[in-house]
Design a protein around this ligand. Structure first.
Ligand code: PMP
Ligand code: GLN
Length: 384
């Protein structure tokens, strides 16, 4: 393994899902739903497959039906208009979108600022692109992990190429506010930075939180790469359909890298996701309401079990503090948890460069059936 990747080892998600399989523990680690997305969308995939749509290489940028549907979604939800031919690119999940974007836009030695804790592929993708990651730590404040805007501003140097942001944020559940996004946009314009914004949890925001796409802020349309994923929005993580929306030069750049990663992927599924994106608003509202009920079930259960709970404003993850349980090392806690309680969770420390900052935090996923969450909570209560 080369020096760029040597530090990464096996992803925590593979490690923890293998642990769940080996021990038979309930897997609240890796974030994937245990209920598949809508029947009608699965049927659309079967139809595409039977009718021979997408069984051979689809067009490089993605099938026109899907690109049109992505553009229509961005307009319907956010009032953002994108030309499906020049401003939309279909990728093999958001993971490829992130990798291709960084490979296309980062020169060796460029600095990439990302919030810490960060989704694990960010660090590896920055490394593969030869960039240097510069973490800005989100810190607990009044029950949520918050961004310190002064720290963000101070992190920008003459070598900063881009900001890589994520809202709603995995693993903390933080949703950036209008004020924070305004400040990020002002900073990007002032320092002439590109911003890559991972919005895969755009439909999972709760209570009075609102998802605001960064691309809609003044000065941002031309300098923002927005990333979405059908895996999250429609509960088909195995289909690996993601996308990028951005101005033409940025999409062209990302496509240059993407064509040599996978060239194309997910043929028949692209047609199905095009239909999914056109589902009525009620689909999105029901999805959100269902996840909200699950969030409350798990968050309350974890609090009863003695965890410190950061109730998430978005995503399908709850970050907890294990110190009230008399524990301080999330790694050790998660490695022992299947044995102790029959549950698998993720130590947030893996999402930090400053591992000590993340040591006492542990993430649980709630995109699981209600009975599964109830059983997990019952088991975790025995820890106290
Ligand atoms: N970004 C974030 C923040 C995620 O949580 C995930 C999935 N865990 C991804 C990107 C990757 O999405 P996909 O499965 O579409 O590659
Ligand atoms: N995004 C998912 C999570 O955060 C996992 C994706 C993966 O396994 N690569 O749990």
């Amino acid at each position: 393994l080369n020096r760029r990747l040597a530090e990464f080892g096996t992803t925590i998600f593979a490690e923890m899902s293998a642990l769940a399989t080996r021990t038979g523990a309930i897997n609240l680690g890796q974030g994937f739903p245990d209920t598949d997305g809508p029947e009608a969308v699965r049927e659309a995939a079967v139809r595409a497959l039977r009718e021979g749509r997408g069984n051979q290489y689809p067009p490089g940028p993605g099938v026109p039906e899907l690109r049109t549907a992505i553009a229509a979604h961005q307009r319907r939800r956010y009032g953002l208009s994108h030309d499906p031919d020049t401003e939309v690119l279909v990728t093999a999940g958001a993971t490829e979108a992130i990798a291709a974007t960084l490979l296309a836009l980062v020169e060796p030695g460029d600095e990439v600022i990302a919030f810490e804790p960060y989704y694990d592929s960010y660090a590896a993708s920055v490394a593969m692109a030869g960039g240097t990651r510069v973490p800005v730590t989100l810190r607990p404040h009044e029950g949520a992990f918050r961004l310190d805007l002064d720290e963000l501003r101070a992190a920008v140097t003459d070598r900063t190429r881009l900001l890589l942001i994520n809202t709603p944020h995995n693993p903390t559940g933080t949703v950036l506010t209008r004020e924070e996004l305004t400040a990020i946009a002002e900073l990007a314009v002032e320092r002439d930075l590109l911003v890559v914004t991972d919005e895969v949890y755009e439909h999972l925001v709760f209570d009075d939180a609102e998802h605001l796409p960064l691309a809609a802020f003044p000065g941002m349309r031309e300098r923002t790469v927005t990333i979405g994923s059908a895996g999250k929005t429609f509960s088909f993580t195995g289909w690996k359909v993601g996308w990028v929306t951005a101005a033409p030069p940025l999409v062209t750049a990302v496509r240059s890298a993407k064509q040599f990663l996978t060239y194309v992927a997910s043929g028949p599924f692209q047609y199905a996701v095009a239909e999914a994106l056109a589902l009525p608003d009620s689909y999105f509202a029901d999805f959100r309401a269902d996840m909200l009920a699950k969030r409350d079930l798990l968050a309350e259960g974890l609090a009863d079990a003695g965890f410190g709970v950061f109730k998430p404003a978005g995503t399908y993850f709850v970050t907890t503090d294990i110190r009230p349980l008399g524990e301080s090392d999330g790694f050790a806690f998660c490695r022992a948890l299947p044995e102790r309680a029959g549950v698998v969770a993720i130590p947030n420390a893996v999402f930090y460069d400053h591992r000590e900052e993340g040591a006492p935090f542990v993430r649980f996923a709630f995109c699981k059936r209600k009975d599964v969450l109830e059983e997990a909570v019952a088991r975790l209560r025995r820890l106290a």
